[in-house]
Design a protein around this ligand. Sequence first.
Ligand SMILES: Nc1nc2c(ncn2[C@@H]2O[C@H](COP(=O)(O)OP(=O)(O)OP(=O)(O)O)[C@@H](O)[C@H]2O)c(=O)[nH]1
Ligand SMILES: [Mg+2]
Length: 435
Amino acid sequence: MSESPARGKRYLLDEVICPHCWTSFPPEDILWIAESPALTGDIKLGESERERFLPTEYNPRGFAVDALGQECRGCACPHCHLSIPTSFLEAPTVFMSIIGAPGSGKSYYLASSTWFLRKLLPKRFNVIFTDADPQMNRRIQEYEALQFLGEEDQLVEINKTEEQGDLYNSVQFDDQVVVYPQPFVFSVTPAKDHPNRKKSARLAKTVCLYDNAGESYLPTHTADSFSFPVTRHLGKSQCVFFLFDPIQDARFRSACREFSNDPQLAELNGQGDNRVSPIRQEAVFAETVKRIRAARRMYAHDRYDGLLVVVVTKCDVWRGLLPTNELDKDPVSTGVYNYQEYSFLRTDSIERVSARVRAMLMKRTPEFVSDAESFAKEVVYIPVSATGVSPETDPETQRRGFRSKDVKPIWIVAPMLYALSRLTQGLVPAHAKEK
Ligand SMILES: Nc1nc2c(ncn2[C@@H]2O[C@H](COP(=O)(O)OP(=O)(O)OP(=O)(O)O)[C@@H](O)[C@H]2O)c(=O)[nH]1
Ligand SMILES: [Mg+2]
């Protein structure tokens, strides 16, 4: 870390990774975004964007000053010129990828996890979890509002994630346009009562996540390419959440119909649903492995040294196949250290549930378990339900959705808490109950 000459006692990382194009660069190369409305037009982003520039002048408060004398606040990547929150200069970035077939529950999972992490992390773990840039996280906030702040009796649905639109940013490089996915960025920092607050500067992280359309993970030539590198975050990810949706698998569907009336089970029995791809989830996983290996230049038998969390979604539908009441219990417990009460993630509980889920998957989709374990050194299986209930169909419009008042997620924060505990030593305590 080095001290910023421009900003007094602010410590900067030695290297910054752009959350848009994943280019690494030293912090002194960062561009600033002109504040004066007259300074518009950028060579890579177009006429309507404010000018990007390498500052020659800073004011006494440490902010760059543009050519018309205005103090600037925004920074941008020197390669793609897209805006980067300043937390990327100060706290190391933890990249996490959420992967899964179309309709496997990625968007619902993301919205439900961030909604509950915003409350649980400050309240139980003394950790502040906030938007590093509310503008960049606008889509997640919309998802959260739909799922949790809807009118009492209104059926609402998060739309399918598209492969184009406002979740993507286009950048002109000479005669080539490259389309990048919109990152979602969160600052995660210890609050003043955190047990490790003295190591605050080392513990703070910027978490960067993406919500791709499931189609972008399918093994097709158009899903991800040089000019459409929408899943290249896989090359930087320290944690891959692979969302496995049992009810997209015929072997699970027939078993689940015995105890669940979820409409997703019924329609998949026939002609299929336009939110679900006919391509099997094992093929989506194999394609993911291929892309991670290519991006990280791994040899055929190298194993991924990040964390692979198999998030088994929609457990409200299939939990009858899991002989345990552990999902009724909170995976977060309270302990006492130095006369101070603190919360911790129960690793014993996570491990017991993971073993049960693994056994369940082994029985019906053994090839998926073996592919996952031959790819990654460390695999954990965590069941979640983002909604806790099945979708209802509106008799008039035939549209499907959920009512906010009925949504009661199950174990939704467990995967992210587990990843945070593993990737940020000391920020989120995790250990077995009997310590
Ligand atoms: N029963 C149940 N259904 C769920 C749950 N989460 C999502 N669903 C249903 O699954 C459908 C697909 O969920 P999404 O989160 O949109 O799936 P996705 O993976 O983002 O799909 P794409 O955007 O197409 O890639 C939703 O329309 C919901 O009806 C859950 O926890 N339980
Ligand atoms: Mg989606």
